[in-house]
Design a protein around this ligand. Structure first.
Ligand code: CA
Ligand code: CA
Length: 738
């Protein structure tokens, strides 16, 4: 069994996910974490007694090994690492909703302090693509921005939603790093500099990402899922009812391959026992595991736990560093209460066996339970075959030609039922379906759905309504129990069907329906037949469709969608849903393997909304400036009043003193109210800025490749120079020059 090599109890709480290790003098690793009240603590046990000079840094009164850095606003992310080309030590980077601070802890000085309008929810440090300097890349409200050591931004782009996690790794295998971005729209996006090269859709907010090795990376979702990808293919994942607070790659059993280390938060107080299920990729079977502890290490190949340890409170962060200065790195786990534990990689004589005996006992118990179940099943089979040979009854025996048939069809809304996709599962003979289990991500609560017809409704066909919430292709893993009407034993049939990406669109045959005002047009060098193939693969269409000129009704109430293609290869997509138009352009371009696609677009209603938003951004900006000035005035006034009140007190003039303090009280109340107004104004401004970033991203998604990147960077230039007309010209035509 493996035990921590060191344990520390720091007298500071630690904000979840905001933990790092920095070697600020180039030698000594210091555990660094955000703590309450807008402070960052730096634990430096190696330089005892060195008192920091004034400025931002001060000594903790509770712990002589700890220095505190005052940020004066809530910290939202932090990291440390080499940023400058010359400095010997690591740079500390601290992000908030409004600023990014690069700090030289060793010299106790700001390196740069930049305002970041889109906030910094996540941060990563390193090299991206061909950009020569190391960058501090932050992800905020729909935006990504990378700064060099001088605070110049070398990288900026927009993304689909608020960023929650970032990691740099060589995803494509060309020796240069890509940026992986996890966001609140459940997507993991891969950026090669500012070009989006891959997109993987998960089913919850992507809260953490970490690089494993090569093109492999780990991820964690807000719903307790943790797993591993190799490029775009998911390798394995597990789902727990706990929250994965932090993930980290570390070779704990010293076999030369990193494990995925996860730090969990406890679910309910007093109950650490949680059930976790290991879900093999692409399969519906579920293996139950008992989940007992709060950090675990999982094999990168199988997802199986090779080590766990328990903490008395939620894990805040998992990092690594040579904390004992002996040349060997330790895995360092911290809890939100300030407990720190370091683990050394296992010595060779443990032979990779890191589990303590109680865990083994649990495993033995679990396996013997499984053996019991299998024996029971075997006995059933034996009795079944005996029954068949002796009485020749049909109990549990089904005809040899029995197979499972599935069909998917679009069902528009009726009075009785909401619009949905119907999955029908049937057998071709007199057999009945006793139960159906469907396993599909993001569709059913808890990912699986069981249909259990009552005895009088037993039939050879089961219909299941499915309502996919988003336009993404979903694999439906179906298991059906098939047998005779009086069977006591059933055969399990397994089948996988894919729900096409745009399954919630019903072919519309009404020629009189007015076309939507929104449109995007572009030209392709491909036959109409190829577009028809794409339609058939991505929509649920009746057989025999052979024209690319089609119209659909959105079952989610998004109105009409129409597609037409001219003989010259010009395609016109009409929809008032700009997101849908973007999805369709991306899907078609990827099907036809188009690398670069420019397009003209107009979405009158959406653009009008955006124009209003831009006006509001201006208004909120000017209100912000006025309020800031007013608050400064007020603060000065308060200072004067305080001096006058104190003077009056010293002079014994109680009447004046009382009067001044009453005025002070009123002023203070005004100031607090002003602060509230300013704070509301700021939040309103942030929401508008997010909408603007989203609009730029949407305009980009109507194009592919270079034209897409050109639109995004030209839009940003237009915003920077406050040229609203140019912005709309770019969004419509794809270029700034008309
Ligand atoms: Ca690469
Ligand atoms: Ca290992």
């Amino acid at each position: 069994m493996m035990v921590p090599i060191f344990t520390l109890k720091l007298n500071h709480k630690i904000n979840p996910r905001m933990v790092t290790v920095g070697r600020f003098d180039g030698v000594h690793p210091c555990l660094t974490a955000a703590t309450q009240a807008g402070k960052v603590f730096i634990h430096n046990p190696h330089a005892r007694g060195q008192r920091p000079a004034a400025h931002r840094l001060s000594q903790s009164t509770q712990d002589s090994d700890i220095s505190l850095l005052n940020i004066n606003q809530a910290v939202t992310c932090l990291t440390a690492g080499p940023l400058g080309p010359t400095s010997a030590g690591d740079t500390l980077l601290v992000g908030s909703q409004t600023n990014l601070l690069a700090y030289d802890v060793h010299d106790n000085a700001d390196i740069f302090y930049r305002e970041v309008t889109d906030g910094a929810n996540a941060i990563v440090l390193g090299n991206l693509g061909d950009i020569p300097s190391s960058l501090a890349i932050i992800g905020g409200n729909c935006a990504l921005q990378g700064f060099d050591y001088e605070g110049n931004d070398h990288f900026w782009t927009v993304t689909g939603d608020n960023v929650r996690s970032l990691v740099l790794c060589d995803f494509t295998g060309d020796g240069k790093n890509e940026l992986l971005v996890g966001s609140e729209d459940f997507d993991i996006r891969v950026f090669k500099e500012d070009a989006l090269v891959s997109e993987m859709t998960e089913n919850e907010t992507v809260t953490s990402l970490c690089h494993m090795h090569g093109s492999r990376f780990g991820y964690a979702l807000a719903n307790g899922t943790v797993g591993l990808y190799d490029r775009t293919a998911r390798y394995w994942r597990i789902k727990s009812k706990n929250h994965a607070m932090s993930i980290h790659a570390f070779d704990l059993n010293a076999d030369g391959v990193v494990e995925l280390i996860t730090g969990w938060s406890n679910g309910k107080v007093g109950s650490h026992r949680r059930e976790t299920t290991l879900i093999p990729s692409g399969r519906g079977s579920v293996i139950p595991f008992l989940f007992l502890f709060q950090i675990d290490a999982r094999s990168d190949r199988t997802g199986e736990v090779i080590f766990k340890d328990n903490f008395s409170s939620s894990v805040a962060g998992v990092v690594e560093g040579d904390y004992r200065l002996d040349g060997e790195k330790q895995l360092i786990c911290t809890s939100i209460e300030g407990e720190v534990r370091g683990y050394l990689p296992a010595s060779k004589d443990l032979k990779g066996n890191l589990m303590d005996s109680s865990v083994e006992q649990d495993l033995v118990r679990e396996l013997s339970q499984r053996r019991q179940n299998l024996l029971l099943e075997l006995r059933n089979y034996e009795e079944n075959t005996k029954g068949v040979s002796e009485t020749n009854s049909s109990v549990g025996v089904i005809p040899a030609n029995t197979q499972l048939q599935t069909a998917l069809s679009v069902k528009p809304a009726t009075e009785a039922q909401k619009a949905h996709v119907e999955l029908s599962i049937s057998t071709p003979n007199e057999t009945i379906i006793r139960a159906v289990l469907i396993f599909a991500e993001g569709i059913f609560e808890g990912e699986s759905h069981v249909v259990h017809p009552s005895a009088q409704n037993l039939a050879g066909c089961v219909r299941v309504p499915i309502v996919p919430p988003k336009d993404v292709p979903v694999d439906l893993h179906i298991q059906a129990l098939v047998g005779g009407r009086s069977s006591t034993q059933f055969h399990v049939f397994e089948i996988t069907r894919q729900l096409p990406r745009f399954s919630m669109y019903d072919l519309c045959s009404d020629p009189s329906a007015p076309p939507p005002a929104g449109r995007v047009t572009f030209s392709i060098n491909d036959r109409p037949q190829r577009v028809v193939m794409w339609l058939n693969q991505n929509f649920l269409l009746p057989e025999g469709l052979n024209s690319p000129d089609v119209s659909f009704n959105s079952l989610r109430g998004g109105g009409l969608l129409s597609l037409s293609m001219s003989s010259s290869g010009q395609i016109s997509l009409r929809s008032d849903d700009v997101d849908l138009a973007g999805d369709l352009v991306q899907s078609l371009a990827s099907f036809l393997a188009i690398d670069d696609l420019s397009a003209e677009a107009d979405f009158p209603a959406y653009f009008e909304e955006l124009r209003t938003t831009l006006t509001e951004v201006d208004e909120f900006h000017s209100v912000h400036q006025k309020l800031t000035a007013a608050m400064a005035d007020h603060s000065n006034y308060i200072r004067n009043m305080l001096v006058q009140a104190e003077d009056a007190r010293l002079m014994g003039d109680m009447t004046t003193m009382k009067k001044r303090y009453r005025e002070l009280y009123d002023l203070n109340r005004d100031l607090i109210n002003e602060y509230k107004i300013r704070s509301n104004n700021h939040n309103a401004l942030l929401a508008r800025l997010k909408a603007v970033n989203q609009a730029i991203q949407r305009a980009g998604r109507l194009r592919v490749g270079k034209p897409k990147n050109q639109v995004i960077s030209a839009c940003r230039d237009a915003i920077k120079s406050n040229n609203v007309n140019a912005l709309f010209r770019i969004m419509r035509a794809g270029t700034a020059s008309s």
